[in-house]
Ligand binder design. Structure first.
Ligand SMILES: Nc1ncnc2c1ncn2[C@@H]1O[C@H](COP(=O)(O)OP(=O)(O)O)[C@@H](O)[C@H]1O
Ligand SMILES: O=C(O)[C@H](O)[C@@H](O)[C@H](O)[C@H](O)COP(=O)(O)O
Length: 177
């Protein structure tokens, strides 16, 4: 199945956005962009210092991602992006230039996600910020175009679930923009 719409893989730090995003992009044969790499350096420094980002910090970062998704789609290239997209208003900003975008929300228990964070290394994100990520998180809502996925499942199973769910979403929404 060819990918027709952009995908944003969302969720708290350590939920598997980079892992699942890269796997989805490989499965669909499209480009993968990790939102981590697009943070202004001031944001990275703030997180590295153990301080959570606020709305003002995230706004320019979200705009960079939104513009990139829209520009790629305008050229006929739906892409897969990993972006925490923790709040509803962030997601609304992210899809402003590509309303067909589908969110894949990686849902998991704080203890499991903390364990996974401890098992990896990250350029700037300390495990101490995980609680603030859950505090900020506004889960994907019913009226948003998206899919919830349980992070206890294997990445290959998650990719298969997303493929299936995209087929169903496509049937219900023939008008992509
Ligand atoms: N579905 C999964 N099952 C098992 N381990 C996973 C799964 N998804 C991610 N991981 C592991 O959890 C850790 C965090 O994943 P990562 O992709 O870096 O998350 P994020 O990009 O959301 O911070 C990594 O070590 C990764 O290999
Ligand atoms: O909005 C935010 O607070 C950040 O985007 C944050 O959610 C993100 O988690 C970090 O950039 C670390 O990256 P990982 O999510 O890959 O750990």
């Amino acid at each position: 199945m060819a990918l027709r719409t952009p995908i944003i893989v969302m969720g708290v730090s350590g939920s598997g956005k980079s892992t699942i995003g890269a796997a989805l992009a490989a499965a669909f044969g499209v480009e993968f962009i990790d939102g981590d790499d697009l943070h202004p350096s001031a944001n990275k420094a703030k997180m590295a210092a153990g301080q959570p980002l606020d709305d003002e910090d995230r706004a320019p970062w979200l705009q960079i991602i939104a513009l990139r998704i829209g520009a790629e789609l305008a050229e006929g290239r739906p892409i897969v992006v990993a972006c925490s997209a923790l709040r509803r208003r962030y997601r609304d900003q992210l899809v402003a230039y590509a309303p067909s975008t589908v969110f894949v929300h990686l849902v998991g228990d704080p203890d499991l996600i903390a364990d996974r964070q401890l098992g990896r290394t990250h350029e700037y994100m300390p495990v101490s910020l995980l609680a603030s990520q859950f505090d900020a998180l506004e889960p994907l809502e019913e009226d948003e175009r998206g899919i919830r996925v349980d992070v206890r499942r294997d990445p290959a199973e998650i990719v298969a679930d997303v493929r299936d769910a995209l087929g169903v979403l496509d049937e219900g929404a023939p008008d992509h923009g």
